[in-house]
Design a binder for this molecule. Structure first.
Ligand code: ADP
Ligand code: ASP
Ligand code: MG
Length: 466
């Protein structure tokens, strides 16, 4: 058994769905379980329609919903020449559209969109495309059935953070394994899941990759294939560095690290479930299926400069706690972490000067203001007594990460990175190297990020085959 996941561009319209379905057909001997994302852009449109509803712009709301509806209608008309089949699918979709109308009417009336409503709203993209995809596989001669992941992927209730209940999900995934082994191709909605009480939730933006690895690990698949619009994991985001090159092999650790630091090709949580079962992940290009793609496994050859990729993540805020009086104040770092944890703020990066005059953390823009407020409150006494001079923040910053297993023990990586940025007069606001030495992270201003990525890509000769 293998899991085969298609992203938004791979199911963006009828020709792409046809292409993706043919790929599934070609893999039929390997008993595929298919996971699909919403058509490209549909999740964004749904959320925008939600915002319009909140702000009372019903016309804009309906325009966006109409846009989504016509894209699906058009795909159905192009994919299904048989009128009865097309009518059957339209009927399935009509039921989903009735629910969509109700939900959006609710949001318009309440003029608010809670996290729970957001999740429900964003779930419709996957739910609309899956019946279509499954039906289309049938026209290619395969047996297939649509599966709503809310019946399979279950979250655990004992946490405010989203956590998948793997025991429950494993039990429920047996159904998928049975289907696949019996020659039926299950087509599962990516991205969405359910709480034990049946509340619709999601795995976070870009979460269909994670869906694929959850399902893959639960059925102990031989391989998890992520089919997307690039030919694999690349040395940098090709939209920033046109000379970026596809990497044939990447380790689990490298893939986890680079996705955490902004390589959108994989959702950051995708790796863990695969590691647990030691399942290889293969990234493939739907539009160049013969290209070898990238194989992600436990171990991998190192690149000559030990750095394999440069990634960047923007929209961050740098928060600093400063003061000479901090020397000798016990547990400042500990209190910083307790405070952020209490407010459910996730800290992307942390550093403390050895003189203890300075503690910096990087959080998302969304958490920036709250972090500053919470830390000021926490250190109120110290600020009054002038032991801490200030808690401040700088927004519009980016983290640039150099990632590669070989960075460990390779001398001069940091020196090369700093001199490259220094020569280009790009100011470095903070640096950190994980103790795993897999990653060197550098904080710069957001406006400098693309150029920093391009220059580092060049300095480490990542465009050349090692
Ligand atoms: P999908 O809809 O298939 O999930 P995504 O848009 O989520 O596709 O992810 C694929 C995109 O990730 C690529 O088109 C590419 O622009 C971007 N990307 C960013 N960094 C990298 C990288 N290091 N390697 C490959 N792609 C990357
Ligand atoms: N459709 C979802 C999103 O846009 C999930 C995904 O694409 O993986 O975030
Ligand atoms: Mg994606």
């Amino acid at each position: 058994m293998i899991v085969v996941k298609f992203g938004g561009t791979s199911v963006g319209a009828a020709p792409q769905i046809d292409q993706a379905a043919r790929i599934v057909h070609s893999l039929r001997a390997q008993k595929p379980i298919v996971v699909v994302s919403a058509m490209g852009g549909v999740t964004d449109l749904l959320l925008q329609a939600g915002e319009s509803a909140v702000s009372g712009q019903t016309r804009a709301r309906d325009d966006k919903l109409w846009d989504i509806r016509s894209r699906h209608d058009q795909a159905i008309n192009q994919l299904f020449k048989d009128r009865d089949t097309a009518a059957g699918i339209q009927e399935t979709e009509r039921v989903i559209w009735e629910e969509i109308q109700k939900v959006f009417t609710g949001v318009s009336l309440l003029r608010e969109m809670s996290p729970r409503s957001r999740d429900l709203i964003s779930s419709f993209g996957e739910r609309l495309v899956v019946p279509m995809f499954a039906e289309y596989l049938k026209t290619l001669g395969l047996k297939s059935e649509p599966v709503d992941a809310r019946d399979i992927v279950i979250t655990s209730e004992d946490s405010d953070f989203l956590r998948v209940d793997f025991d429950e999900t494993r039990k429920r995934s047996e159904k998928l394994a049975k289907m696949a082994k019996g020659g039926v191709v299950p087509v599962v909605t990516g991205f969405i899941c359910s709480s034990p009480e049946g509340i619709t939730t999601t795995l976070g933006r870009g979460g269909s990759d994670y869906s694929a690895s959850i399902v893959g690990s639960c059925v102990k698949a031989e391989e998890i294939q992520i089919w997307t619009d690039v030919s694999g994991v690349m040395t940098a985001d090709p939209r920033i560095v046109p000379a970026a090159r596809v990497l044939e092999r990447v380790s689990y650790k490298e893939a986890a690290e680079m996705s955490y630091f902004g390589a959108k090709v994989l959702h950051p949580q995708t790796i863990m479930p695969a590691v647990d079962e030691n399942i290889p992940i293969r990234i493939k290009n739907t539009f160049a299926p013969d290209a070898p793609g990238t194989l992600i496994t436990a171990d991998t050859p190192a690149h000559q400069y030990s750095v394999k990729t440069v990634t960047s993540i923007t929209g961050m805020t740098l928060v600093s706690v400063e003061g000479r009086g901090m020397i000798g104040v016990p547990g400042v770092a500990g209190r910083v972490f307790t405070t952020t944890a209490r407010h459910r703020i996730s800290v992307m990066m942390f550093s403390q000067g050895s003189s203890e005059q300075h503690i910096s953390l990087v959080v998302t823009r969304h958490d920036g203001d709250q972090s500053v407020k919470a830390l000021r409150r926490e250190f109120e006494g110290e600020i009054e007594r002038r032991r801490i001079d200030r808690v401040s923040s700088v927004s519009e910053i980016a983290i640039i990460a150099l990632v590669g297993e070989g960075i460990k023990g390779a001398p001069g990586v940091a020196a090369r990175a700093f001199s490259t940025l220094g020569t280009a007069a790009i100011n470095i606001l903070m640096i950190a190297q994980g103790s795993s030495e897999l990653n060197l992270s550098i904080v710069v201003r957001e406006k400098d990020a693309p150029r920093a990525v391009q220059l580092l890509h060049e300095a480490f000769e990542l465009g050349l085959k090692s």
